[in-house]
Every structure is written in structure tokens, then in C-alpha cells.
Design a protein around this ligand. Sequence first.
Ligand code: MRU
Length: 347
Amino acid sequence: MVKTMEWNGETLKLIDQRRLPSELAFVTCESYIDVAEAIRKMIVRGAPAIGVSAAYGYVLGMKEYVRNNTKEDLEEYMKEVYNTLITARPTAINLKWALDRMSNVLNGNLDESLDALAERLEKEANDMANEDVQTNKRMGMNGAKLLPQRCTVLTHCNAGALATAGYGTALGVIRAAVEMGKEIKVYADETRPYLQGARLTAWELMEDGIDVTLITDNMAGWVMKQGKIDAVLVGADRIAANGDVANKIGTYSLAILAGHHDIPFYVIAPFSSIDLNIHSGKDIPIEERSREEITKIRDVDIAPKDVKVYNPAFDVTDNELITAIITERGVIRQPYLKNLSKLAENG
Ligand code: MRU
């Protein structure tokens, strides 16, 4: 399986996801600024992957500080590191979750030497990366049990190994089902405008030898109407306390289509994607990206030069459209407000 990120103790090597599938190229981040830039430019993307990358960015910030400074302004410096990383992208809560976890470790151990602190932070980031893969495998098992022995699923965007430290969330369920001996076929939405489905999901599944068929986003309804889809599996960037889910633009339309055709619509996300501080999806910040993502493909204009453009990168799916939210702690169904807070208590 592909290795989205690799930490060697000094640098973070990332697959340059902008260049897939034509090229498997890598970018090496040597500083926290490099990591923030990699997240902003979507060299690395997908909620859990940007969380874990940011944790390594925090370690790089700390290591830079240890090389150049004494301890006087450590807290101020690391606040700057935190702020630079957290503002790289606004929607995925995993970024904040990972950085809060790192800064709690720092703040809880300020009496230690700089070297000991740096080592502690590095261990925390490594733990986070390993836990992410284990979490995905647990979610994979929880989700795979819900799928029939032979089935065809539809997925949107890329919620795979490339979007995590490994294995994937929605694609993790597919991998686990295949490992359990189920016969799984996948339809992948191309996912305009950034084409994560066409470029990343199709590539990643083909690398693993999993049966995948690519469609454009506007074909999903027709494919469902023809009875070809048994379940829809998507990831999440942030889940509000009431179960509303922010995920890649187009997810909401898919959920409506799935409801109309009576197809189960599953969201697969780690507990770290749940933001109990936000009551409903209305309060989730939705990133807007550049006009060029819509008006151009590569460098070729596909729209009039000065056309007005609206490019929200995510949408919010209302909780009542979601059949179940599959987490590493279990499968949650309505009423989400009650069941998600119970999940938090039992964690
Ligand atoms: O803009 P992206 O590519 O970062 O968006 C990614 C998604 O929307 C994924 O579905 C989500 O982060 C879950 S990934 C396990």
C-alpha cells in the first residue's frame, strides 16, 4: 500500500498528491513552514493526513527552536508554529485536534530540557501516525461487517491511504471487506474540481488490485437508478455534535440521491473528526478555493476568462440523510446528538 508520509527523524517526506497519477513524486519538508505550505498547496490533503503532517510540522518547529535558541521565548515561538500550521486549511478539525494534542504535551512538560521536550514531541507525533493506521483498521472492520458478501459501493473524493497515515477511512472499509473475503466493486466519483476521485482514489485502488470504475460526479444518480449501487461510503472533514457532516463538495448531493434510491449512506471517520464544540453544520467553516480550479484544467482555460466563479471545497450533509457514522469506537446511528456525546463519554 502507498506510504503517504515518511518521517526520518529530521524531515517529513510526503507524496506530492498534486502530481498523481501521472507521476509518483515526493516533497521533503524541512521546516514547519514547509509543512504548512504543503498542507495549503494540497501536496498532502485529507483530514487525518493533514492532522498527522501538522503534528510532524510542530516537531520540526520545535527542532528548529532547539538548534537556534535558549528557552526564554519557547512558548511564544511554539504559538507561532501552532498558528502557522492551524491556518493552513480551515475545514478539517483533525488539524486542530492534532495540534492541540501536541501543544498539550509541550505545555504539560515545560520544566524539561529542550532536548527532552523535542524527543517527547517526536514520540507523540509518531504515536499519532501509528494510531491513525490502527484506528482506520478498526473502522474498516466495523464498516466491513455492514456490507453484504457481494456488493458494489460508491465513494466520493479520496478517503483512502493517501488521505490518512495509511489504510484510509472509507477506502479502509473497502480494504477490510476485501480482506474478509467479500467481493467488492467500487464506483469512484471523479470529484470535480480537484479530481481527487479520478486522480487519487482510482489510482490507489488499482494499485491494490481492487475493482474500480470511474464515473463523473453527475453520473451518480443514474448509476444508482440502474440499481448498481448497494452502499455509499464517504469520509468526513468535520462532524458537528448533531451529526451534520462536512465533507468534499458533492457529498451532500450524493446523500440526497442515496436517500431517494433507498441506498445506505455511510460516513466513516475517526473520533478525532468529531467536533462536539460545534452544534450543527451551519457553524462549520467552509473553505473556498481559487477560481482557477474551476476555470482551468492543468493550464488550459475551460471557461470564459472573466466569468464569476464560486468554489466551495466542502459541503454539509444534514444528519437525517446519514444512515450511520462509522468510527473506531463503534457504529453510531440516530439520534446523533445523544449517541455522539455518549461515544465521547465512553472514550
Ligand atoms: O480537499 P481535500 O482533498 O483535503 O478533501 C478531502 C475530503 O473531503 C475527504 O473526504 C476527508 O478529508 C476525509 S479523508 C479520510
